[in-house]
Design a protein around this ligand. Structure first.
Ligand SMILES: *[C@@H]1O[C@H](CO)[C@@H](O)[C@H](O)[C@H]1NC(C)=O
Ligand SMILES: *[C@@H]1O[C@H](CO)[C@@H](O)[C@H](O)[C@H]1NC(C)=O
Ligand SMILES: *[C@@H]1O[C@H](CO)[C@@H](O)[C@H](O)[C@H]1NC(C)=O
Ligand SMILES: *[C@@H]1O[C@H](CO)[C@@H](O)[C@H](O)[C@H]1NC(C)=O
Ligand SMILES: *[C@@H]1O[C@H](CO)[C@@H](O)[C@H](O)[C@H]1NC(C)=O
Ligand SMILES: *[C@@H]1O[C@H](CO)[C@@H](O)[C@H](O)[C@H]1NC(C)=O
Ligand SMILES: *[C@@H]1O[C@H](CO)[C@@H](O)[C@H](O)[C@H]1NC(C)=O
Length: 471
């Protein structure tokens, strides 16, 4: 009896495998009719969870073309330009990075934006340093929830992550650049170079700052924010810059020049010139801006995988530990989560529309009741556990089902001090509620006062010696 059952199982498994293989072959042949391609099914070795394993397999479907590709010249991502358009497609790429977190597999992760819906199939033509081109069907992951805004009518540039699992390269052969194409065997002329990491050393906390857009000079404010963040644990700042005043830009450049291992400045601009974006109404512009922010956060994420955590933070936000002293103390023993979320609480400026300086030592009146958990919170996002990120937390996990999604820090352990000079109820309907609710004095941040002034004056002196005066 036992023997019979054993054989039945084997036969069923065999039939299952045959059917699966035929179906997958059929699918591929059907999709790419007339292209003379055949799929290579690469074995997947380590089983973590069935569906996850399956996903890894699907991510790496390889194609072989009859006409051998010769390697084209890589055009490279032009650092001066934020986007690199893919030929014949409304696909705009901003970064290509090598991701080796799912050992033994490795991936190319391409962060970009696609106009409209994301139903097209894209192929990665990966060239290697031994002059080969390998072709992999990509997996396109939208970095957005549709429910965030309905009726978008396909008008937006939507953030996407394009992933290609690398074939099991032998050791001597390394990927150097990649082209994207609609058909696997279509030859491409534009190869995008794989980014070399800017920082090799391991870091604990990297701050990701969405495109700065300030009509007023914020250089003084930035110095305070940067120096305070460093005390708490920030080791690296990846700052996107869109439209700031001359003095603000000069200050940022000074930081970059004086602390090259601490700051990465990157100019951001929208995909299309603002001729067409002024045609959009205010709400549409806001939603497009949100999408661009998501692109920059994900670019920041994949550019800083050397950091244990990335923190999407605005320059009016400070994560303040309460029961311990530093961010490092806060994240102790929380290695199995994707996002460690800190509760938001508003500090509104007392004098209309401006802060006294340093802003966080002078403005100490906050709403008595913090925001609800999850509402406008910010997170330490674990690079080990996360696939894509959003402004507030990780959106998708790297190993779904294996690690936990998020952990809410207790309000008694940490809070997100969110300094608002003003609150525009039109943009932000909750304003009325927050502006009218009871407030209390909260100067917990003042316990860093001495340490802050020590650093702050040192930096100001350094600036003065370099002829920069922010006052
Ligand atoms: C590649 O670049 C080299 C030197 O820049 C040039 O001589 C060659 O023609 C280029 N090849 C192609 C296919 O564009
Ligand atoms: C992709 O979606 C658009 C709009 O929803 C549709 O018109 C188009 O046919 C779709 N393309 C494919 C290949 O399914
Ligand atoms: C989408 O189209 C519908 C119908 O034409 C229109 O009512 C709606 O306002 C549009 N939405 C956006 C965001 O443009
Ligand atoms: C590749 O290199 C690793 C160590 O760097 C070695 O263990 C492995 O055997 C090598 N594989 C091949 C196919 O040469
Ligand atoms: C970074 O984190 C490691 C533990 O993961 C810790 O040993 C080290 O002290 C931290 N570095 C700093 C500067 O906090
Ligand atoms: C940048 O900001 C200034 C001041 O607000 C504004 O006059 C200018 O048009 C902006 N430039 C762009 C490209 O948006
Ligand atoms: C993560 O989970 C594993 C398995 O449950 C456990 O052994 C490990 O100690 C956990 N790590 C942390 C930092 O909690």
């Amino acid at each position: 009896m036992i023997l019979k059952a054993y054989w039945t199982v084997l036969v069923i498994v065999f039939i299952g495998l045959t059917v699966y293989f035929n179906i997958s072959t059929l699918l591929v042949v059907d999709e790419e009719k007339n292209l003379a391609v055949k799929p290579l099914v690469l074995p997947v070795k380590k089983i973590m969870a069935y569906s996850f394993n399956k996903q890894i397999e699907l991510d790496g479907k390889e194609f072989v073309c009859e006409n051998r590709f010769s390697k084209n010249n890589a055009s490279g991502l032009n650092e001066a330009k934020f986007w690199s358009k893919v030929a014949d497609m409304e696909v705009y790429v901003t970064s290509v990075t090598l991701d080796e977190r799912l050992e033994p597999y490795s991936y190319l992760r391409i962060v970009g934006a696609m106009k409209g819906s994301w139903n097209a199939t894209l192929y990665c033509q990966i060239s290697t340093n031994d002059d080969n081109v390998r072709i992999i069907k990509s997996t396109v992951t939208p970095i957005w929830y549709e429910k965030w805004d309905m009726n978008d009518n396909n008008t937006y540039y939507n953030p996407v992550l394009i992933s290609c699992r690398l074939p099991g390269f032998i050791n001597s052969s390394k990927p150097t650049s990649v082209a994207l194409s609609k058909n696997p065997c279509q030859s491409s002329h534009k190869y995008l170079e794989i980014a070399k990491p800017k920082v090799i050393r391991k870091l604990n906390f990297t701050l990701c700052v969405k495109p700065l857009n300030f009509a007023q000079d914020i250089s003084g404010h930035l110095v305070e924010w940067i120096e305070m963040s460093r005390i708490l644990g920030a080791q690296y700042f990846h700052i996107f810059v869109q439209n700031v005043t001359k003095s603000t830009r000069r200050l940022l450049k000074w930081y970059k020049h004086r602390y090259p291992n601490m700051i990465n400045l990157e100019d951001f601009s929208p995909v299309d010139s603002c001729n067409s974006c002024t045609k959009r109404n205010y709400l549409q512009q806001t939603w497009q801006r949100r999408r661009y922010e998501v692109v920059t956060y994900n670019k920041c994420f994949y550019s800083n995988l050397n950091s244990q955590f990335i923190v999407p933070l605005d320059v009016d936000e400070i994560i303040v530990p309460k029961s311990v002293r530093t961010w490092q103390d806060l994240v102790q023993n929380r290695g199995n989560y994707s996002s460690l979320i800190i509760q938001n609480v508003y500090f509104f400026a007392r004098s209309k529309n401006r802060f006294n300086r340093p802003f966080f030592l002078n403005e100490n009146r906050r709403n008595k009741v913090p925001n609800q958990k999850g509402e406008n919170g910010k997170s330490f996002i674990s690079t080990k556990n996360t696939l894509t990120v959003f402004n507030h937390y990780a959106l998708q996990l790297l190993r779904p089902g294996v690690i936990k999604d998020y952990y809410f820090m207790q309000f008694t352990d940490a809070q997100l001090n969110h300094y608002k000079a003003s609150c525009n109820s039109e943009i932000f309907p909750e304003c009325a509620k927050y502006l009218s609710s009871p407030t209390i004095i909260d100067d917990i941040i003042s316990r860093y006062k001495n340490e802050f002034y020590l650093r702050y004056h040192k930096v100001l002196n350094r600036m003065k010696n370099d002829g920069i005066n922010i006052f």
